[in-house]
Design a protein around this ligand. Structure first.
Ligand code: NAP
Length: 349
């Protein structure tokens, strides 16, 4: 049997596409990713990057705080038709993703907990080879595999991942090991500014390590960092080694001044990499047009079509700029509508 729509990826883009495709009776099949140690270390487990976060405050419809109380104050009594699903808090990233997954399943989406190893887009129907099991064929594909955080690639960094090395201040910043201790953030873009500013809530001081003498970040976010007395910028610097031991995890970093070559050891209980993201497009192996960083490029403005007819993309895998849950969900919806219309044009219903 040839599937009508296969959706690869299980973040907000994938589930939104699945909700729309299943409500259009296309019975989509979702590859949500494999539960492997390799995926855990790379940050590519099922349910995407949101599953690595805590509370989500900016997803419309899920106000933070006490939702019941919010409904009571925001709505007149006559309009309070339902009780809030969450009594005591807003929604967390993992909850939001589980809710989207269940919503897609309720409409008939089928889910396979596996990675896609490779696809053949040169044949139609397309061929999809999972990590485990038989290859399947599909008339259309929606790629929603998202992106993952980049790391520096040092062996010492790898050794201390989850023991003080992180790429997500929002996920990990509040952990006890980081409280009232010096922390290091690496990078010079908006993410680094955001992470450094955020971490000052917990850290005694934050060292922001950047390889050049000026930030790439927007002026306003850079200025916020410069003005923050808890942040010290280490210009023209790179992390040469993450220092630590098995008992304590990270205890510091060895910095190298990239102009003079001088080294300096900084005591710190954590290092946060904020040096950009990479799209999860390895499995496409050059079969579809991507930009120089590997992000899928759309072939038309405001459509989710790609360079291959019948293949659509949604979410962070095609977006290095907005990278929000709501924009991913939006493009997921668009991809499902684009796929449905494309299939109808091919006589597949
Ligand atoms: P980015 O803009 O690509 O910045 C990456 C930073 O990491 C750069 O400063 C880069 O240095 C540095 N870097 C890259 N590889 C490195 C390496 N191997 N070693 C040391 N440093 C390295 O990525 P981003 O900050 O994640 O932002 C991505 C996009 O999301 C941007 O368009 C940004 O505006 C947007 N964003 C917006 C917000 C916001 O508005 N609230 C928040 C976060 C992100 P160089 O500068 O020397 O290249």
């Amino acid at each position: 049997m040839t599937e009508r729509v296969v959706i690869i990826g299980s973040g907000p883009a994938g589930w939104s596409a699945a909700i729309y495709a299943s409500r259009a009776n296309l019975e989509p099949l979702v590859f949500e990713g494999a539960l492997t140690e390799e995926n855990r270390m790379r940050g590519t487990l099922p349910l995407g990057q949101l599953s690595l976060t805590t509370e989500v405050e900016n997803y419309p419809g899920f106000p933070g705080g006490n939702l019941t109380q919010y409904l009571e104050t925001a709505l007149p009594e006559s309009q309070r038709q339902f009780m809030a699903p969450h009594g005591g808090h807003g929604v967390t990233g993992p909850e939001l993703m589980e809710l989207m997954r269940q919503q897609a399943k309720n409409f008939g989406t089928r889910v396979i907990t596996d990675d896609v190893l490779e696809v053949d887009l040169s044949v139609n129907p397309f061929r999809i080879q999972p990590l485990d099991g038989e290859a399947i064929t599909a008339h259309s594909i929606i790629i929603a595999t998202g992106a993952r955080a980049n790391y520096l690639g040092l062996p010492s960094e790898e050794k201390f991942k989850n023991f003080g090395v992180s790429a997500c201040a929002v996920c990990d910043g509040a952990l006890p090991r980081f409280r009232n201790k010096p922390l290091v953030v690496v990078g010079g873009g908006d993410s680094a500014m955001e992470e450094a500013s955020y971490l000052t809530k917990f850290a005694s001081t934050v060292y922001l390590v950047h390889r050049r003498g000026e930030f790439r970040a927007s002026k306003i976010m850079a200025q916020r960092v410069i003005d923050n007395p808890k942040i010290t910028v280490k210009w023209f610097s790179g992390v040469e080694e993450v220092l630590g031991d098995e008992k304590l995890g990270v205890t510091g970093v060895r910095l190298k001044n990239l102009q003079t070559g001088a080294t300096e050891d900084l005591a710190a209980s954590g290092m946060f990499c904020a040096i950009g993201h990479s799209p999860n497009t390895d499995f496409l192996k050059g079969q579809i047009a991507t930009d120089d960083k590997g992000y899928v490029v759309y072939s038309q403005p405001f459509r989710t079509n790609t360079s291959v007819d019948g293949v659509f993309a949604a979410g962070d895998v095609a977006d290095s700029y907005y990278r929000q849950a709501i924009t991913s969900a939006g493009t997921g919806c668009m991809a499902a509508l684009d796929a449905e219309r494309w299939l109808a044009g091919q006589g597949v219903h």
